[in-house]
Design a protein around this ligand. Structure first.
Ligand SMILES: NC(=O)C1=CN([C@@H]2O[C@H](COP(=O)(O)OP(=O)(O)OC[C@H]3O[C@@H](n4cnc5c(N)ncnc54)[C@H](OP(=O)(O)O)[C@@H]3O)[C@@H](O)[C@H]2O)C=CC1
Ligand SMILES: CC(C)=CCC[C@@H](C)[C@H]1CC=C2C3=C(CC[C@@]21C)[C@@]1(C)CC[C@H](O)C(C)(C)[C@@H]1CC3
Length: 438
């Protein structure tokens, strides 16, 4: 591939190599810290059940012992994780699916993706859930609590998988003929390994990035939540005793995942697929962070049940529905439009590049209305845990930072893509995420 097609990256994001290094170390540490700092082993979650100093004493005491480090590895958990990952790959390979083309790459080429996520969501995934439910009903909820009990081992196994994949993709990106991500070719090892050097790493027709983004981590998140329901049921004497808060968290997050799988083609217009390479940032995000951090609320409720009552349940349900409505209609408007249809007859402007930008409907209200919907849902997922600890609000807080930063990255990418037209678009649609506020 020529130097013109793969230019050197001259502009760093994430504060450059030191930032990339800090996040690469920080994300795994944070994942373990959320477990060790907010679990039964630490006596609960700060500040009410375990003081921060008690938690930090426990952590310092633990990490200085060799046994603690050995305890991070669990061969049985690693094998279970490997079996799960293999199942996802086999399901992708053998389930029938359509071939859809992604957006046009800067080579002018379009990659073909085999999609069967919707199929996977509503058949294999439901079948797996059906089997799981069958097992739970036949043998009792305690038969599916192993994820709760093997938490640390499974976390480590997914971290190893993320590390291996990022390193493999970085290594093969030096092979001839690879199209690199514009942001991942700086020449600095740590930075490129973190951001992702090759844009679309593949093994044959198996697209590593899109596969990881939607399947092993996202579906595992739901399985983890089911295991947390079972853990709570086991402690409280049966599934009928599971709290309303736990059912809400399970329903909201399962719906979100099913929605992502069902709308699989929409993934191909996200910035992860169109602009970012596949490095440690995405591999650890997809495989470790999503399943083991996004399930924090359910894990908390497993050992700390919260009864909401009908009024709070309806309020939280309503909040989630509002968020989901904005998220889905905004993403739908953009996807229809990018796929060449405009069913709502929305207004648009045409850029010199030829690409059109919506200026009415949700995309006329703010430049990232879908982020607003996602954030409202994030709040609705934390609220069921009550207010005894701020730790379960970690998700919505982190997510706000992630989306603000993501919006800035996307804004910069669009400024480079559309030049003056983007400046004109920003005048027409001045708000970034929340109309009249931000
Ligand atoms: N749960 C989670 O952890 C996360 C969820 N998400 C969700 O993923 C989804 C996708 O997010 P993301 O990829 O960041 O961003 P978007 O789906 O918002 O896509 C941004 C792209 O859309 C195009 N675009 C921008 N403005 C317009 C317009 N007015 N009209 C038409 N096209 C426009 C541009 O690309 P172009 O012009 O080249 O088509 C831009 O680069 C979101 O719903 C987000 O909330 C994201 C991150 C994490
Ligand atoms: C370093 C670090 C912790 C990075 C985390 C980023 C990732 C967790 C997220 C980046 C973009 C994501 C998307 C989804 C999940 C989270 C990550 C991987 C997503 C698959 C969730 C389901 C949605 O329906 C979606 C398909 C729109 C979404 C795409 C982006």
């Amino acid at each position: 591939m020529s130097v013109q097609l793969n230019p050197r990256t001259t502009h760093y994001e994430f504060l450059g190599p030191p930032g990339a290094f800090a996040i690469s170390i920080g994300v795994p540490i944070m994942t373990y810290a959320l477990y060790f700092g907010c679990s039964e082993t630490s006596g609960g979650c700060p500040p009410k059940f375990a003081s921060l100093s008690a938690v930090s004493d426990l952590v310092i005491h633990s990490v200085t012992s060799l046994d603690w480090w050995k305890g991070l590895w669990d061969t049985e958990a690693a094998l279970i994780y490997l079996a799960w990952y293999t199942f996802c790959v086999v399901a992708w390979a053998i389930l029938p699916g359509d071939q859809v083309s992604g957006t046009t790459l800067r080579t002018g080429e379009k990659k073909l993706y085999k999609i069967n996520g919707a199929f996977l969501a509503f058949s294999t995934f439901l079948l797996a859930l059906g089997v799981t439910s069958g097992i739970i009903l036949r043998f009792g909820p305690e038969s599916f609590t192993f994820i709760y009990n093997k938490w640390v081992g499974l976390t480590t196994a997914s971290l190893v998988m993320a590390f291996v994949q990022a390193t493999y993709c970085y290594a093969v990106s030096f092979n001839q003929g690879k199209l690199l991500a514009l942001g991942g070719n700086s020449g600095n090892f740590i930075y490129d390994w973190y951001i992702g050097r090759e844009l679309n790493p593949r093994i044959g027709s198996f697209d590593i990035k899109s596969f990881n983004e939607l399947r092993p981590g996202l579906i595992l998140w739901v399985l983890i939540n089911i295991s947390m329901v079972c853990e709570q049921a086991t402690r409280r004497g049966g599934l009928t005793k599971v709290t309303d808060s736990m059912w809400l968290v399970l329903a909201f997050q399962t719906w979100y995942v099913a929605d992502g799988l069902y709308n699989e083609p929409a993934l191909f217009t996200t910035m992860d697929i169109t602009s970012d390479g596949f490095g440690f940032m995405l591999s650890v995000g997809d495989l470790l962070w999503v399943p083991f951090v996004y399930s924090l609320q359910a894990r908390y409720l497993a050992f700390h049940p919260v009864e909401l009552g009908p009024l709070a349940t309806v309020g939280i349900l309503f909040t989630n529905l509002v968020g989901y409505y904005i998220f889905r209609t905004a993403n739908g408007e953009k996807n229809d439009f990018r796929n060449g249809t405009n069913p709502k007859n929305l207004k648009f402007m045409t850029t010199k590049k030829g690409t059109k930008l919506l200026i009415s409907g949700w995309w006329g209200r703010s430049r990232h209305p879908n982020y607003m919907g996602d954030l409202i849902m994030a709040l609705a997922w934390s609220l069921p845990t009550g207010f005894d600890t701020p730790i379960t609000y970690f998700y919505v807080t982190y997510f706000a930072f992630l989306l603000i930063h993501r919006q800035l990255r996307d804004d910069e990418a669009c400024r480079l893509k559309y030049g003056e037209d983007w400046v004109a678009y920003k005048k027409l649609v001045p708000y970034r995420i929340i109309p009249y506020i931000y």
